[in-house]
Design a protein around this ligand. Sequence first.
Ligand SMILES: NC(=O)c1ccc[n+]([C@@H]2O[C@H](COP(=O)([O-])OP(=O)(O)OC[C@H]3O[C@@H](n4cnc5c(N)ncnc54)[C@H](OP(=O)(O)O)[C@@H]3O)[C@@H](O)[C@H]2O)c1
Length: 277
Amino acid sequence: MILVTGASGKVGRSVAEQLTDHGEPIRVLSRTAMSEKFPDGVQVVQGDLTKPDGIKHAFDNVDRVFLFTPATGPGTVADTAYRCGVRKVVLLSSIVTQKADPKTNVIAARHHTAEQLVIDSGLSWTFLRPDTFAANALEWAQSIRVERVVRQPYGRSQRCPIHERDVAAVAVAALLEPGHESAAYWLTGPETITVIDQVRAISDAIGETITFEEIKRSAALAQMAKSMPESAAERLLDYAAKSIHNPPPVSDTVERIAGRPPLSFAQWARDHVQSFR
Ligand SMILES: NC(=O)c1ccc[n+]([C@@H]2O[C@H](COP(=O)([O-])OP(=O)(O)OC[C@H]3O[C@@H](n4cnc5c(N)ncnc54)[C@H](OP(=O)(O)O)[C@@H]3O)[C@@H](O)[C@H]2O)c1
């Protein structure tokens, strides 16, 4: 039995679907345990990853776990899982562990701690370190639906967004096949693409014109600082500015592990037209 955490989220949901397609018996953990959010026939258990003592029942007969790290931090769930008989974990981590200093970046610190706790737990592990999710474009969904516009700074900044289905495909390979133990996989989409071209791809997918309006850095900073520390927003904006002339590198990991090329941003947009119409 495989336990999938974060299974109502973007990556976890796809992990649950792909394991089910493989005919694997799975159980999902959710704080709300609303079974309609999950594939048919899946066992759903209620629990909170930040309260590991309360989720021991979720590990009954479970030998492998797809582990999501909550925004509040990883807690001691890996240790609990090991003590309950789990032997293998595939952890959804982040490229930020390779790019940023955990002393100054809270997201890097959270994922770095989660990785270390998994290593210390005694579990056999595989770390997934994806770069920017294609799904981050869902942040534009409201303004696209309402005004058919995207307002962002640095329209020519570049990223290599990864489809959640590709992160999940690597997770599924690591859960089902031998040979992924102690591997930390850097994952990206197949291409670098500018923000303007991402907007164009969504426009093509929904068959409607979407206007891109470049906003000033100061306006973006004021907006971003509502949901993150100003220093973190500054770093993200610096990274975007730098990427205009220094595109981020593309990884071949998805193709090597999943046996097919990663999905394009255009494909991601076609898969999510309902969010933008
Ligand atoms: N966005 C990016 O560009 C990016 C890049 C690299 C890595 N990442 C990492 O990827 C992760 C986000 O993945 P995602 O987008 O697939 O997640 P998501 O869509 O935000 O969903 C996460 C799911 O986890 C469950 N959850 C949250 N807190 C929980 C808790 N305390 N206990 C149990 N379940 C909990 C929730 O389900 P229930 O409501 O059903 O409990 C939620 O649906 C983060 O760790 C992020 O740092 C993101």
